[in-house]
Design a protein around this ligand. Sequence first.
Ligand SMILES: [Zn+2]
Length: 409
Amino acid sequence: MGYLFRNLSLLEPEFGALQPGQEIRIEGDRVVEVGEALSAGTADVVDCGGRVVMPGLIDSHVHVMLSSVSIPSLEQVPLTLGTARAAKNMRGMIDRGFTSVRDTGGADWGLKQAVDEGSIVGPRLFIAGQAIGPTGGHSDPRRRTDVFGARCHCCNAMAFSMNVSDGAREVRKAAREQMRQGADQVKIMMSGGVASPYDPLDSLQFSDGEIHAAVEEATAFGRYVCAHAYTPAAITRAAHAGVRTIEHGNLIDAESAGLMAAKGMFLVANLVAYYAMKERAAEFGMNAEMLAKNDLVIDGALRSLDICKAAGVKVAFGTDLLGPLQVDQSREFLLRAEVLSPLEIIRQATSVGAEVVRMEGQLGTLRPGAFADLLVLDGDPLVDLGVFQGQGARMRAIMKGGAFHKSLL
Ligand SMILES: [Zn+2]
């Protein structure tokens, strides 16, 4: 019954240094014992050959259903095709060692259940359902020539992933609807974005009453609100309204960061999306207006990490890559390394991510009681973040919930 991982160096992110000689015993989907010279009993012994073992990675900002860099083009993707592509995207993620991901718009309870029951191979999902924004905002991907007719959200991947609501009453209803559909967090749009055609980046989206409605409903249901926001003005509004996490936040300043720290908020940064879009999104059909907006935020991305560190804001690891750019997911580690240490980045992708999804002690750690989500690595990520590169090529084993996704041991 279960497994005993032996002959390894344990990387427990909150401890911070490798611990040789530790062993990990797993029963069912959980870690049950960590220590020296454990008794194997009936467990299968897994010899790790002296390699580093660490908790599975957490990406706190993905969109598995957004299979194109041009979100309006998802209108031509039927849900069947969108789901098939999501399955491929999710397999890529777990192959790269991401055993949990937080989807901030698109993934629904059906995908989550498909993973949980084994119909789709992928990371455990924390879902938002549809991302909610106002008419003309970041979740409104219509062309100017489009007007709203009846939008059936079963027909295509775009309408399935995005919600447009105006007025506190509609926002309240949309938030409730996402939670009825099993949302783990409610996603709202509070400033302009890159991958939407007409909203200026510094536009402030939603009125105070609309934001309040979303926060009130999410809180009442035992969930929380995550807000898409780039500018200090949008971040400040979100903080005062009781939003828990800021997504992107590239243009954050010291003052808005101080406010986030005081409120115990998280920033979910995602640098790689901007670099990948700058380099390759045009070839996949992203238009000039969107790429111009990308240029406005790319410089702020690294700066935001410094500002948050100085202010004491916890920053999680996110990527936000669309469609074919998702193969760049692990490059996020290398980009952050320009301003942060490997350990700081590893914590962002494990223990901080676990806090963001409110699974402290259960994810992002290998302490007893945690889910048995772990990686056996060919290399030490504390000195070489290259072990996360190459689509998982340097991962000898990947386990999620006590079951091997991969094992070359
Ligand atoms: Zn996003």
